[in-house]
Design a protein. Structure first.
Ligand code: GLC
Length: 472
């Protein structure tokens, strides 16, 4: 079974969020099950592309509106990722440093999708199924079926995986002329509320769609940033498959990015060593319980609550603890955090930016990980936390609700609080703190956490079952 994953992020080539982690791991685990899985993504001017070898395997050109675009397909030469990786390079469109936030984002992703299809046709590639990830590649299911140029691929099955329904890739209809020619009377399939909506088009035209947890699938039927009625009406082809984590890479026993390796039997000592190393570097008192936040500063992640949560914990409640924040994003959130940092400099350290190896060190060092998300399709950070014997303190939503069982439940190993509200989060952290301060209980909880299996094995099999169903 030949499956192509289409995405604009993939770890370690280009990572902004969890989407990249999924693309960097899932195909590898799928290949172990015998699926011929590969990844096709845009070329970026980044470390990975500069430092690795690539073979140029195809090239061509097409018109995007009146602009003639030249593309080149580069294949990673040494198969070091555990799956074939193809990068599409288009001078002026797909040759940039960052993934997002360019003013011509719509043109960027249109060019990626068109070039991919053009290559498919020129090289007569024959995938059995194309797994499209998020709205950036959401027009592919439509174009396969209704573009004159690609009619021969109308039979190719498509699975559209929703990692985040909040972003839908909206564009004005004046962008319509940039698409490859299509049956114009089908325009309604592209439209939602007077705009071209690639996420909506994908849900309408794909053979099936999946979400990255079962809980999130149900939530989309009620609230999907305007698309809830569409998700509902297409629900007969909706599936929820929870993400896994790459345990070759996220594993405290072998992780080369942390200070001290540890396992189930050495977790207390190991975590303490990592904590001491982190605290030394950031001038924090390692004898106090450590809580961390890792992620994008976005309202979706509840990040604008952080400063207030911290202020309450350290000010009003006078909790004896230290806090580490690693992330970047919204400038207002960043300046609120800066202010609270200045208020409690001895108890807080902040790293503004993206830093993969520091993230590993923090998972290994921290006692608690806070995730006050408003929306969380799956969430991977809580899974990394569990793998490193860290107590996740999460708001019970989407994938967080599916993967974290509160300590008050039988067999529980985390803290789940009801709403993305300051009071709820503070109470959650205080409950976690109580556990951290009780040696025996902490040991028991860490033991439970580290025995959990959130590797990709199970979920990769679920994808295979779904692909098989679609192909039969
Ligand atoms: C998005 C979601 C996150 C999910 C990730 C990978 O980043 O916000 O919840 O874990 O995609 O599927």
């Amino acid at each position: 079974m030949k499956v192509i994953h289409l995405s604009v992020e993939c770890f370690p080539i280009a990572k902004v969020g969890g989407l990249a982690d999924v693309l960097g791991a899932l195909p590898k685990y799928q290949r172990k099950l015998g699926i011929d899985a590969s990844v096709v993504m845009p070329w970026y001017d980044r470390k990975f592309t500069q430092e690795n070898e690539f073979d140029s395997i195809a090239s061509g050109s097409f018109y995007q509106g009146s602009e003639l675009l030249q593309y080149e397909v580069l294949k990673e030469a040494n198969d070091q990722l555990g799956f074939p990786l193809y990068l599409i390079r288009i001078p002026g469109k797909l040759d940039r440093e960052e993934v997002y936030c360019y003013p011509d984002e719509a043109d960027q992703w249109l060019s990626f999708q068109h070039a991919f299809l053009h290559w498919l046709k020129a090289d007569q590639l024959t995938p059995d199924l194309i797994n499209c990830h998020d709205h950036h590649v959401g027009l592919v299911p439509f174009l396969l079926k209704y573009s004159h140029e690609f009619q021969q691929f109308a039979h190719v099955k498509t699975l559209f995986t929703v990692h985040n329904g909040q972003y839908q890739g909206w564009m004005n209809w004046n962008k319509g002329i940039l698409l490859p020619g299509f049956d114009t009377w089908r325009w309604g399939l592209l439209d939602w509320d007077g705009l071209i909506n690639p996420m909506a088009a994908a849900v309408k035209c794909c053979d099936a769609f999946s979400t990255v947890s079962e809980g999130y699938l149900k939530e989309l039927y009620v609230d999907a940033n305007g698309l809830q009625s569409l998700f509902e009406s297409e629900s007969q082809k909706g599936y929820g498959i929870v993400n896994g984590i790459d345990t070759d890479y996220w594993n405290p026993q072998v992780d080369t990015l942390i200070d001290a390796n540890y396992d189930l039997n050495t977790v207390s000592k190991g975590k303490l060593k990592n904590k001491k190393a982190l605290c030394k570097k950031y001038k924090l008192d390692a004898s106090l319980p450590l809580m961390s936040f890792i992620g994008r500063f976005a309202t979706e992640k509840g990040a604008e609550l952080l400063a207030e949560i911290i202020d309450q914990l350290l000010g009003k409640v006078k909790a004896k603890m230290i806090i580490f924040i690693l992330g970047s994003g919204d400038q207002n959130i960043q300046s609120d955090l800066q202010q609270v940092l200045e208020k409690y400099p001895k108890q807080i350290a902040v790293y503004f930016g993206y830093n993969e190896s520091l993230a590993h060190q923090v998972y290994a060092a921290t006692d608690m990980l806070l995730m006050p998300s408003r929306v969380e399709p799956c969430g991977l950070n809580q899974l990394y936390a569990l793998q490193y014997g860290t107590i996740p303190v999460v708001r019970g939503i989407g994938g967080l609700k599916d993967t974290v069982i509160d300590v008050q439940e039988p067999g529980g190993y985390g803290i789940v609080f009801p709403e993305a509200r300051v009071e709820d989060a503070v109470e959650g952290v205080m409950r976690a703190l109580e556990i951290v301060n009780q040696g025996d209980l902490l040991l028991e909880i860490r033991d439970r956490e580290m025995k959990l299996d959130f590797s990709w094995h199970k979920s990769a099999q679920k994808y295979l079952d779904l692909y098989t169903k679609l192909l039969n």
